[in-house]
Design a protein around this ligand. Structure first.
Ligand code: NAP
Length: 228
């Protein structure tokens, strides 16, 4: 059985806008990226796209469960309404020591309402829902919900956004280190995983700002007053 490469980053749903953006940025920073998809051929095509934009990229594509087996960090980059199903589908591929990153936002668009509002999640947040589904020994960290896919994909420019990272200390610091690999992203210590509920809701606010201020590239947050 394949054992996870602790330095590699798997992105499940890395075929979509946000996952591809993260794949491009992590590959540009020289990290090994494993793109996951429900269909291996889609993962392979996304990996090819990353190689086309990032010279020398260390990137591979696999079906989601196989991608999960290959990386120490597994980022869930599927819409909120498919997050639980995706975690359940790869659960047996997860092993103690891995970190799962919850990035989904429970937008009301999931039930046919608008993307400028969120849904109530019984557990408090999508991240806490995910934490209830992973096997023992697998940590869950909340991050990247407020980062624009468009800005991630535009490699020529820094992203310019703070990333509030929440979860247990060790895994939280591991994911904060990944944020710092992307020019313009700054990791902010978001404390316990339960704080993900605030961060997830901010994305709905950002989507509303993008509409009202006509910023298709996406707005972001900066938290001021923190010590250097
Ligand atoms: N887009 C943004 O600017 C942005 C910003 C912040 C956070 N996010 C969050 O990042 C996540 C991904 O966003 P996105 O815009 O990249 O989403 P997306 O393009 O709509 O979907 C991402 C991937 O999810 C997979 N997927 C679609 N339907 C599925 C299903 N029924 N079951 C399992 N997987 C399915 C697909 O991968 P395969 O078909 O290859 O399996 C798809 O490429 C979301 O949770 C979103 O809330 C997005």
């Amino acid at each position: 059985m394949t054992s996870p490469d602790s330095d590699a980053i798997a992105i499940l749903g890395g075929t979509g806008d946000q996952g591809l953006g993260l794949a491009l940025r992590f590959a540009a920073a020289g990290r090994r990226v494993v793109i996951g998809s429900r269909k291996e051929e889609r993962a392979l095509a996304a990996a090819e796209e990353v190689r086309g934009q990032v010279e020398g990229a260390d990137v591979a594509g696999f079906e989601n469960a196989e991608a999960t087996r290959r990386a120490g960090v597994v980022i869930l980059s599927v819409p909120f309404e498919h997050t639980a199903g995706t975690v359940k589908a790869v659960r047996d591929a997860l092993s103690p020591g891995q970190v799962v990153v919850s990035m989904a936002v429970p937008l009301a668009a999931a039930i046919g309402d608008g993307a400028v509002r969120t849904l109530g999640v019984w557990q408090g947040s999508c991240a806490e829902l995910v934490a209830g589904l992973v096997p023992e020994g697998v940590a869950v960290v909340s991050a990247f919900q407020n980062v624009s896919a468009h800005r991630l994909q535009h490699l020529a420019d820094p992203v310019e956004c703070d990333v509030v990272v929440s979860g247990e200390k060790g895994p939280r610091e591991r994911i904060s280190t990944l944020c710092e690999l992307v020019p313009g992203l700054r990791a902010v210590n978001g404390g316990p995983l339960a704080n993900a509920r605030y961060v997830e809701a901010w994305t709905a606010l950002l989507i509303g700002l993008n509409i009202r201020y006509k910023v298709p590239e996406g707005t972001g947050f900066r938290i001021t007053g923190l010590p250097e």
